[in-house]
Design a protein around this ligand. Sequence first.
Ligand SMILES: Nc1nc2c(c(=O)[nH]1)N[C@@H](CN(C=O)c1ccc(C(=O)N[C@@H](CCC(=O)O)C(=O)O)cc1)CN2
Length: 301
Amino acid sequence: MTITQEAPLQAPSRTPTHNQASLIVHGRDRTGIVAAVGSVLSKHEANIVSLDQYSDNPHGGAFFQRTVFGLDNLKAALPHIDDDLKARLGTGFELEFRLRDLSIPHRVAIFASKADHCLLDLLWRHRRGELPITVAMVISNHPDTAGEVRAFGIPFFHVPSAGPDKSAAEAQHLALLKGNVDFIVLARYMQILSGGFIAEVGVPIINIHHSFLPAFIGAGPYARAKERGVKLVGATAHYVTEDLDEGPIIEQDVVRVSHAHTVADLRRRGADVERDVLSRAVLWHSEDRVIRHENHTIVFA
Ligand SMILES: Nc1nc2c(c(=O)[nH]1)N[C@@H](CN(C=O)c1ccc(C(=O)N[C@@H](CCC(=O)O)C(=O)O)cc1)CN2
């Protein structure tokens, strides 16, 4: 009997984004913004691939816009487009903007503790080409996942972080992270980050909280959900702020549960939701689809 080695399934390739850039514009709404952005892109003969926008008050509130455009000589043109946007939007408008070459993946550090389901799900999706990121490293306060992470060819750093004083651990984190990553993902990392660390690291931090916030903030949400007799459990991906689990929500989802489910059942059913919610949040952030505004987000998914 001959055993043939099936060719590995080709990872689903994401829509090619070579020679494409995203432009995020947000600020005070007024007439003329769309025309101003369009005139700059038109000057550079950029082809608008997609455009999403939202105003939170048609009579002059906040304005949010995401444009994806293509250009053959994108890398050479981007600095000139940036200069022209600064000139065009810099007078008469109260706006911020950011340009990003979509062919350049974000560099990401993933933090984890003992639970491995969200961490491994991200690494597996990354290996399949589903997430346009480069996983620069994994940092964990436990050694448990070292072997699995290294099997993906990704550096793993065990940085213990027990007790109330996290300063030594955070100093090690900063030494690894500063200038080396574009954003951080807490994949069920069970340590509270200090405000000083969040400010010092200076990049967005995405956390997956294992409840449908604002319910069950903090530790042990599944046990508290069982105690409360909930009929849904869920997960919330949010940006991390100093206030525990209070940061701007990026994505959420839920799954039905019943009185017959144990806490272990809730954890198992919730874990699937955590994985899906976190991966969508990481994808949307890595494609520059999320705009933070006050304690909310606008997501052009
Ligand atoms: N500054 C912030 N840090 C963290 C946030 C956040 O929103 N702001 N999210 C948490 C994740 N998390 C729930 O999703 C969470 C993690 C840890 C705890 C907690 O009570 N941790 C204890 C130690 C627990 C342990 O060692 O097992 C502690 O740090 O003292 C609550 C909620 C990640 N960090």
